[in-house]
Design a protein around this ligand. Structure first.
Ligand code: PEP
Ligand code: MG
Length: 324
Protein backbone atom coordinates (compact mmCIF):
# COMPACT_ATOMS: atom_id res chain seq x y z
CA UNK A 1 0.00 0.00 0.00
CA UNK A 2 2.84 2.34 0.91
CA UNK A 3 4.32 1.80 -2.54
CA UNK A 4 1.00 2.65 -4.17
CA UNK A 5 0.79 5.86 -2.14
CA UNK A 6 4.36 6.77 -3.01
CA UNK A 7 3.42 6.85 -6.71
CA UNK A 8 0.83 9.53 -5.98
CA UNK A 9 3.40 11.91 -4.56
CA UNK A 10 3.64 14.19 -7.55
CA UNK A 11 0.05 13.84 -8.67
CA UNK A 12 -2.82 16.25 -8.18
CA UNK A 13 -5.73 15.14 -6.04
CA UNK A 14 -8.66 14.25 -8.29
CA UNK A 15 -11.76 12.20 -7.67
CA UNK A 16 -12.63 9.29 -9.96
CA UNK A 17 -14.86 11.65 -11.95
CA UNK A 18 -12.12 14.24 -12.37
CA UNK A 19 -12.96 16.85 -9.73
CA UNK A 20 -9.92 18.47 -8.16
CA UNK A 21 -9.50 19.00 -4.43
CA UNK A 22 -6.54 20.65 -2.71
CA UNK A 23 -4.74 18.44 -0.21
CA UNK A 24 -2.74 20.66 2.09
CA UNK A 25 -0.74 20.19 5.27
CA UNK A 26 -0.80 21.64 8.76
CA UNK A 27 2.56 22.82 10.10
CA UNK A 28 3.86 24.33 13.31
CA UNK A 29 7.34 25.51 12.35
CA UNK A 30 9.36 26.09 9.17
CA UNK A 31 11.15 22.79 9.95
CA UNK A 32 7.96 20.89 9.10
CA UNK A 33 8.17 21.96 5.43
CA UNK A 34 10.29 19.03 4.28
CA UNK A 35 7.62 16.64 5.47
CA UNK A 36 4.99 18.52 3.45
CA UNK A 37 7.05 18.33 0.26
CA UNK A 38 8.02 14.68 0.86
CA UNK A 39 4.35 13.77 1.15
CA UNK A 40 3.18 15.66 -1.92
CA UNK A 41 1.31 18.46 -0.14
CA UNK A 42 -0.36 20.88 -2.57
CA UNK A 43 -0.31 23.76 -0.08
CA UNK A 44 0.04 24.62 3.58
CA UNK A 45 -3.52 24.99 4.83
CA UNK A 46 -2.62 25.91 8.39
CA UNK A 47 0.62 27.34 9.73
CA UNK A 48 0.06 27.51 13.49
CA UNK A 49 2.03 30.70 14.00
CA UNK A 50 1.76 30.56 17.78
CA UNK A 51 4.56 27.98 17.77
CA UNK A 52 6.90 30.86 16.95
CA UNK A 53 5.73 32.47 20.15
CA UNK A 54 5.69 29.33 22.26
CA UNK A 55 9.22 28.25 21.36
CA UNK A 56 10.74 31.61 22.25
CA UNK A 57 11.76 33.06 25.60
CA UNK A 58 10.45 36.49 24.71
CA UNK A 59 8.04 37.93 22.18
CA UNK A 60 9.44 37.30 18.71
CA UNK A 61 10.31 40.53 16.92
CA UNK A 62 8.84 41.60 13.60
CA UNK A 63 12.09 40.61 11.86
CA UNK A 64 12.17 37.18 13.47
CA UNK A 65 8.59 36.52 12.45
CA UNK A 66 9.23 37.85 8.94
CA UNK A 67 12.16 35.44 8.50
CA UNK A 68 10.03 32.46 9.58
CA UNK A 69 7.10 33.31 7.29
CA UNK A 70 9.42 34.08 4.40
CA UNK A 71 11.16 30.73 4.81
CA UNK A 72 7.84 28.91 4.60
CA UNK A 73 6.40 30.75 1.58
CA UNK A 74 9.70 30.46 -0.28
CA UNK A 75 9.98 26.79 0.64
CA UNK A 76 6.56 26.10 -0.86
CA UNK A 77 7.66 27.45 -4.25
CA UNK A 78 4.57 29.42 -5.14
CA UNK A 79 2.10 27.04 -3.54
CA UNK A 80 -0.25 28.71 -1.10
CA UNK A 81 0.61 29.02 2.59
CA UNK A 82 -2.22 29.95 4.96
CA UNK A 83 -0.83 31.49 8.13
CA UNK A 84 -3.11 31.70 11.11
CA UNK A 85 -2.49 34.74 13.27
CA UNK A 86 -1.52 33.82 16.81
CA UNK A 87 -3.86 31.52 18.67
CA UNK A 88 -2.62 32.00 22.22
CA UNK A 89 -4.72 31.34 25.30
CA UNK A 90 -6.99 28.38 25.94
CA UNK A 91 -4.46 25.67 26.70
CA UNK A 92 -1.51 27.58 25.16
CA UNK A 93 0.38 29.78 27.59
CA UNK A 94 3.35 32.07 27.10
CA UNK A 95 5.65 32.53 30.09
CA UNK A 96 6.55 36.08 29.05
CA UNK A 97 2.96 37.18 28.38
CA UNK A 98 1.09 36.60 31.61
CA UNK A 99 -2.64 36.16 31.03
CA UNK A 100 -5.21 36.51 33.79
CA UNK A 101 -6.27 33.28 35.57
CA UNK A 102 -9.65 32.24 34.26
CA UNK A 103 -12.35 29.78 35.26
CA UNK A 104 -12.84 28.70 31.63
CA UNK A 105 -9.75 29.42 29.53
CA UNK A 106 -11.27 27.88 26.39
CA UNK A 107 -14.16 30.31 26.71
CA UNK A 108 -11.98 33.21 27.70
CA UNK A 109 -9.32 35.58 26.55
CA UNK A 110 -7.71 33.78 23.62
CA UNK A 111 -6.77 33.98 19.94
CA UNK A 112 -8.33 36.90 18.01
CA UNK A 113 -9.73 38.23 21.29
CA UNK A 114 -6.18 38.87 22.49
CA UNK A 115 -5.12 40.22 19.08
CA UNK A 116 -7.98 42.74 19.03
CA UNK A 117 -7.06 43.84 22.56
CA UNK A 118 -3.26 43.78 22.21
CA UNK A 119 -3.24 45.45 18.81
CA UNK A 120 0.46 46.22 19.29
CA UNK A 121 1.25 42.49 19.07
CA UNK A 122 -1.28 41.97 16.27
CA UNK A 123 0.09 44.80 14.14
CA UNK A 124 3.64 43.50 14.52
CA UNK A 125 2.57 40.09 13.30
CA UNK A 126 0.59 41.55 10.38
CA UNK A 127 3.56 43.65 9.28
CA UNK A 128 5.80 40.59 9.32
CA UNK A 129 3.22 38.70 7.25
CA UNK A 130 2.79 41.55 4.77
CA UNK A 131 6.54 41.74 4.23
CA UNK A 132 6.75 37.97 3.71
CA UNK A 133 3.92 38.08 1.16
CA UNK A 134 6.33 39.52 -1.39
CA UNK A 135 8.18 36.17 -1.47
CA UNK A 136 5.41 33.72 -2.36
CA UNK A 137 1.71 33.00 -2.13
CA UNK A 138 0.59 33.90 1.34
CA UNK A 139 -2.88 33.92 2.87
CA UNK A 140 -3.86 34.96 6.39
CA UNK A 141 -6.65 33.74 8.63
CA UNK A 142 -7.92 34.82 12.01
CA UNK A 143 -8.65 32.19 14.68
CA UNK A 144 -11.79 32.02 16.85
CA UNK A 145 -13.91 34.60 15.05
CA UNK A 146 -17.38 34.63 16.64
CA UNK A 147 -19.04 37.67 15.07
CA UNK A 148 -19.08 39.83 11.95
CA UNK A 149 -17.81 42.76 14.03
CA UNK A 150 -14.70 40.85 15.12
CA UNK A 151 -13.83 39.94 11.57
CA UNK A 152 -14.37 43.48 10.34
CA UNK A 153 -12.19 44.89 13.12
CA UNK A 154 -9.38 42.44 12.45
CA UNK A 155 -9.58 43.06 8.72
CA UNK A 156 -9.58 46.84 9.21
CA UNK A 157 -6.34 46.61 11.20
CA UNK A 158 -4.86 44.44 8.46
CA UNK A 159 -6.00 46.89 5.75
CA UNK A 160 -4.50 49.78 7.72
CA UNK A 161 -1.08 48.09 8.02
CA UNK A 162 -1.20 47.11 4.36
CA UNK A 163 -1.99 50.66 3.28
CA UNK A 164 0.86 52.04 5.39
CA UNK A 165 3.29 49.67 3.71
CA UNK A 166 2.05 50.44 0.23
CA UNK A 167 2.34 54.18 0.97
CA UNK A 168 5.90 53.64 2.17
CA UNK A 169 6.76 51.87 -1.10
CA UNK A 170 7.22 48.47 0.53
CA UNK A 171 6.52 45.55 -1.79
CA UNK A 172 3.56 43.40 -0.73
CA UNK A 173 1.86 40.50 -2.49
CA UNK A 174 -1.79 39.67 -3.09
CA UNK A 175 -3.06 38.20 0.18
CA UNK A 176 -6.36 36.43 0.76
CA UNK A 177 -7.76 37.18 4.20
CA UNK A 178 -10.01 34.56 5.75
CA UNK A 179 -11.20 33.26 9.07
CA UNK A 180 -11.34 29.98 10.93
CA UNK A 181 -14.80 28.59 11.49
CA UNK A 182 -14.53 27.21 15.01
CA UNK A 183 -17.50 28.67 16.85
CA UNK A 184 -21.08 27.50 16.25
CA UNK A 185 -22.46 31.05 16.45
CA UNK A 186 -20.24 32.02 13.53
CA UNK A 187 -21.23 28.96 11.50
CA UNK A 188 -24.88 29.91 12.00
CA UNK A 189 -24.25 33.24 10.24
CA UNK A 190 -21.79 31.91 7.68
CA UNK A 191 -23.87 33.63 4.98
CA UNK A 192 -23.20 37.03 6.57
CA UNK A 193 -19.53 36.36 7.23
CA UNK A 194 -19.04 35.05 3.69
CA UNK A 195 -19.54 38.57 2.33
CA UNK A 196 -16.46 39.83 4.14
CA UNK A 197 -13.99 36.95 4.02
CA UNK A 198 -11.95 35.61 1.13
CA UNK A 199 -12.27 32.08 2.52
CA UNK A 200 -13.27 29.98 5.50
CA UNK A 201 -11.17 27.27 7.11
CA UNK A 202 -13.15 25.00 9.40
CA UNK A 203 -11.30 24.19 12.63
CA UNK A 204 -13.15 21.09 13.67
CA UNK A 205 -11.10 20.44 16.80
CA UNK A 206 -12.60 23.53 18.35
CA UNK A 207 -15.89 23.51 16.42
CA UNK A 208 -16.66 20.05 17.86
CA UNK A 209 -15.58 21.08 21.36
CA UNK A 210 -17.85 24.13 21.31
CA UNK A 211 -20.76 22.42 19.55
CA UNK A 212 -20.97 19.57 22.05
CA UNK A 213 -19.81 21.66 25.04
CA UNK A 214 -17.14 19.04 25.69
CA UNK A 215 -13.54 19.98 26.50
CA UNK A 216 -11.38 18.53 23.73
CA UNK A 217 -8.75 17.40 26.25
CA UNK A 218 -11.04 15.79 28.83
CA UNK A 219 -11.19 12.00 28.48
CA UNK A 220 -14.26 11.72 30.66
CA UNK A 221 -16.31 13.42 27.96
CA UNK A 222 -14.39 12.22 24.93
CA UNK A 223 -17.41 10.20 23.74
CA UNK A 224 -18.84 13.59 22.73
CA UNK A 225 -16.10 14.07 20.17
CA UNK A 226 -18.52 13.21 17.35
CA UNK A 227 -17.22 14.47 14.01
CA UNK A 228 -19.90 12.64 12.00
CA UNK A 229 -22.88 13.66 14.07
CA UNK A 230 -25.43 15.25 11.71
CA UNK A 231 -25.46 18.34 13.94
CA UNK A 232 -21.84 18.99 13.13
CA UNK A 233 -22.23 18.00 9.48
CA UNK A 234 -24.99 20.58 9.16
CA UNK A 235 -22.74 23.35 10.48
CA UNK A 236 -20.08 22.27 8.00
CA UNK A 237 -22.52 22.11 5.09
CA UNK A 238 -23.92 25.51 5.95
CA UNK A 239 -20.43 26.99 6.00
CA UNK A 240 -19.41 25.48 2.66
CA UNK A 241 -22.69 26.44 0.95
CA UNK A 242 -22.51 30.01 2.28
CA UNK A 243 -18.98 30.47 0.98
CA UNK A 244 -19.87 29.13 -2.47
CA UNK A 245 -22.93 31.39 -2.70
CA UNK A 246 -20.52 34.33 -2.42
CA UNK A 247 -17.95 32.85 -4.79
CA UNK A 248 -15.53 32.06 -1.95
CA UNK A 249 -13.91 28.78 -0.91
CA UNK A 250 -13.87 26.67 2.23
CA UNK A 251 -11.10 24.52 3.62
CA UNK A 252 -10.83 22.42 6.74
CA UNK A 253 -7.78 22.25 8.97
CA UNK A 254 -9.00 20.28 11.99
CA UNK A 255 -8.18 16.59 12.50
CA UNK A 256 -11.39 15.68 10.70
CA UNK A 257 -9.97 16.76 7.32
CA UNK A 258 -7.71 13.70 7.23
CA UNK A 259 -10.18 11.26 8.76
CA UNK A 260 -10.92 8.43 6.32
CA UNK A 261 -14.58 8.16 7.37
CA UNK A 262 -15.10 11.93 7.09
CA UNK A 263 -13.32 12.49 3.78
CA UNK A 264 -16.00 10.87 1.55
CA UNK A 265 -18.71 12.98 3.21
CA UNK A 266 -16.65 16.16 2.98
CA UNK A 267 -16.10 15.52 -0.73
CA UNK A 268 -19.85 15.21 -1.11
CA UNK A 269 -20.41 18.44 0.78
CA UNK A 270 -18.10 20.21 -1.67
CA UNK A 271 -15.23 21.07 0.68
CA UNK A 272 -12.55 22.73 -1.49
CA UNK A 273 -9.39 22.21 0.55
CA UNK A 274 -8.41 19.52 3.06
CA UNK A 275 -5.54 20.38 5.39
CA UNK A 276 -4.08 17.62 7.55
CA UNK A 277 -0.89 16.25 9.03
CA UNK A 278 1.54 15.65 6.18
CA UNK A 279 1.66 11.92 6.85
CA UNK A 280 -2.07 11.56 6.02
CA UNK A 281 -1.91 13.22 2.59
CA UNK A 282 -1.00 10.29 0.32
CA UNK A 283 -3.41 7.92 2.02
CA UNK A 284 -6.19 10.47 1.54
CA UNK A 285 -5.26 11.17 -2.09
CA UNK A 286 -5.45 7.44 -2.76
CA UNK A 287 -8.91 7.20 -1.17
CA UNK A 288 -10.26 10.22 -3.05
CA UNK A 289 -9.14 8.85 -6.41
CA UNK A 290 -11.47 5.88 -5.89
CA UNK A 291 -14.58 7.95 -5.17
CA UNK A 292 -16.90 9.90 -7.46
CA UNK A 293 -18.33 13.22 -6.32
CA UNK A 294 -21.80 12.16 -7.52
CA UNK A 295 -21.88 9.17 -5.19
CA UNK A 296 -20.38 11.20 -2.36
CA UNK A 297 -23.04 13.90 -2.81
CA UNK A 298 -25.74 11.27 -2.33
CA UNK A 299 -23.91 9.90 0.70
CA UNK A 300 -23.52 13.37 2.24
CA UNK A 301 -27.17 14.17 1.63
CA UNK A 302 -28.21 11.02 3.51
CA UNK A 303 -25.77 11.74 6.32
CA UNK A 304 -27.07 15.26 6.78
CA UNK A 305 -30.79 14.57 6.43
CA UNK A 306 -31.52 10.93 7.33
CA UNK A 307 -28.94 9.91 9.91
CA UNK A 308 -29.67 10.54 13.57
CA UNK A 309 -26.35 9.69 15.16
CA UNK A 310 -22.59 9.62 14.71
CA UNK A 311 -22.82 5.81 14.43
CA UNK A 312 -25.51 5.99 11.73
CA UNK A 313 -23.15 8.05 9.61
CA UNK A 314 -20.20 5.72 10.13
CA UNK A 315 -22.40 2.86 8.93
CA UNK A 316 -23.55 4.81 5.89
CA UNK A 317 -19.98 5.57 4.86
CA UNK A 318 -18.82 2.00 5.40
CA UNK A 319 -21.67 0.61 3.29
CA UNK A 320 -21.10 3.13 0.50
CA UNK A 321 -17.34 3.06 0.34
CA UNK A 322 -17.15 -0.75 0.53
CA UNK A 323 -19.52 -0.99 -2.42
CA UNK A 324 -17.37 1.14 -4.70
C1 PEP B 1 -9.01 23.48 15.16
O1 PEP B 1 -9.52 24.01 16.14
O2 PEP B 1 -9.58 22.57 14.51
C2 PEP B 1 -7.69 23.88 14.67
C3 PEP B 1 -7.22 23.47 13.51
O3 PEP B 1 -6.96 24.68 15.47
P1 PEP B 1 -6.18 24.15 16.76
O4 PEP B 1 -6.25 22.65 16.76
O5 PEP B 1 -4.81 24.68 16.65
O6 PEP B 1 -6.99 24.78 17.85
MG1 MG C 1 -8.67 25.82 17.01
Amino acid sequence: QKAEWEKLKNEKTVSKDGVHFDLAANIGTPDDLQGVLDNGGEAVGLFRSEFLYMNASELPSEDEQFEAYKKVVEGMNGKQVVVRTMDIGGDKELPYLPLPEEMNPFLGYRAIRISLDRTDLFRTQLRALLRASAFGKLAIMFPMIATVAEFKKARAIYDDERQKMVDAGQEVGEIQVGMMMEIPAAAMIADKLARYVDFFSIGTNDLIQYSFAADRGNEKVSYLYQPYNPSLLRLIKQTIDASHAEGKWTGMCGEMAGDQIAVPILMGLGLDEFSMSATSILKTRSLMKKLTTDDMKKLAEKAVTEAETNEDVIKLVQETVDNI
